[in-house]
Write a protein that binds this ligand. Structure first.
Ligand code: SF4
Length: 222
């Protein structure tokens, strides 16, 4: 058994990704190895944050008890700790649930593909405005599958230019789902649409984080 530090667990709707708008059960793990300028979950990344220790069987039971089949493992950075593989092995064999791992793009997940055949990755590519682009694990770009997603959280036209370059460089439209989301309050989504039009960005999805519009942008547990 492994022990996981869980800072939040709740049912809400998926705010983004291919199952946006659907119910999902969220498990948020403590800690992150990055420090993005726009991070809206910094509170979950410090050692002072209150957490609950759960083992993989308790997490699985919580998920099943909700009756919700979409599961989002998030943080912080859920892959930051090696023992996450223990939980993924347990969850990955249950084909009645859809598991998605939200990862920040800095952790090499090639070693997890074997246990993640039914588990999708939604991987951020951290753009220049985040201040974290240097930490991206570019090897992940080569192993993305059709069930995976790359998400570009863009705060400026410079970020959008970089998004376009990365999509082209790694031929992402042929490999996986692609989403662009605005950094909330930093760029007008209409400007993203104009950029997409001007640059003929087919097979790319603009996505607004639903929970920021349904609830207060800083609300936890939603
Ligand atoms: S990777 Fe995510 S959780 Fe970590 S600092 Fe960046 S936005 Fe916050």
């Amino acid at each position: 058994m492994a022990e996981f530090k869980v800072v939040e667990k709740f049912v809400s709707i998926n705010g983004e990704g291919v199952r946006a708008g659907q119910l999902a059960v969220f498990i948020r793990f403590l800690g992150c190895n990055l420090n993005c300028n726009y991070c809206d979950t910094k509170w979950a990344n410090t050692d002072n944050t209150a957490y609950e220790v759960m083992n993989e069987f308790e997490i699985y039971k919580y998920i099943k008890d909700t009756g919700v089949k979409n599961v989002t493992l998030t943080g912080g950075e859920p892959l930051f700790r090696d023992y996450m593989v223990v939980l993924l092995r347990l969850l990955g064999v249950d084909e009645s649930i859809n598991i998605e791992i939200e990862t920040n793009g800095s952790v090499d997940f090639s070693g997890l593909l074997e246990v993640c055949k039914n588990i999708s990755f939604t991987m951020d590519y951290k753009l220049p405005d985040s201040g974290m682009e240097a930490y991206m694990c570019l090897g992940n770009m080569e192993i993305l599958r059709k069930i995976d997603t790359v998400k570009f959280v863009s705060g400026s036209i410079e970020d959008l230019q970089r998004t376009k370059e990365i999509i082209k460089q790694y031929n992402l439209t042929e490999k996986c789902h692609i989403y662009i989301s605005p950094v909330f309050g930093k760029i007008d989504p209409a400007d993203i649409v104009e950029f997409m039009k001007d640059n003929h960005m087919n097979d790319v999805n603009l996505q607004l984080q639903l929970h920021k519009f349904i609830w207060s942008p800083d609300k936890k547990g939603v």
